[in-house]
Design a protein around this ligand. Structure first.
Ligand code: HEC
Length: 158
């Protein structure tokens, strides 16, 4: 009995160690900036993706729809939609960023793209509150479209 409880922990630990090792060995340059704005904004974007992905599964009927969980996800996205932008400081265009120079060259367009995301997440919360999949599906598609169109204009390849 004791053994079966112990083993998974060992496996989990070795998985964590392996992940850390991989991270340390990757070719990505370290973020040496004192405030680490690139690291901070990337962390928010990753959270956005982690929140959005399971919601996409629900809308595509690959996961069951749970009204409360979906609403919580929508509210989380709405909150996250405000967060990355303060970390795009004037001096934060340095490796390992994937942001295109256009972020700094076309600030008005960049702000507009942020606005689109905020509006689409507002709509998503409203749709999620309605619990109506007929409203939720297009609202989620529109959020995904906001992510994609900003990436097309402002995020480069690695
Ligand atoms: C207004 C523009 C804009 C919007 C909207 C936007 N992104 Fe991004 N995203 C960026 C930029 C610019 C980067 C590159 C950041 C960097 O490398 O400094 C990025 C990077 C990312 C990354 C990579 C993070 C990493 O670790 O390198 C993910 C994942 C991501 N975005 C997900 C999303 C998701 C999901 C949405 C929609 C819910 C979204 N983004 C909406 C501009 C945007």
């Amino acid at each position: 009995m004791e053994k079966t409880q112990f083993m998974p922990r060992i496996l989990l630990l070795s998985a964590i160690v392996a992940t850390l090792t991989l991270t340390a060995c990757s070719n990505e340059p370290l973020d040496t900036h004192p405030d680490q704005p690139v690291t901070k904004r990337k962390a928010v974007f990753k959270q956005m993706l982690r929140t959005l992905e399971p919601m996409g599964m629900v809308v595509r009927e690959r996961e069951d729809y749970d009204r409360q969980a979906f609403l919580a996800g929508a509210m989380k996205l709405k909150q996250l939609a405000n967060e990355p932008w303060v970390h795009f400081t004037p001096d934060s265009n340095y490796p390992p960023t994937r942001a295109k120079p256009e972020v700094w060259q076309k600030p008005a367009d960049f702000t507009l793209a942020q606005q689109k995301l905020k509006e689409s997440t507002d709509q998503l919360v409203k749709a999620a509150e309605s619990g109506n999949m007929g409203q939720i599906r297009p609202a989620l598609n529109s959020v995904e479209e906001s992510c994609k169109s900003c990436h097309q204009d402002f995020r480069g390849k690695v």
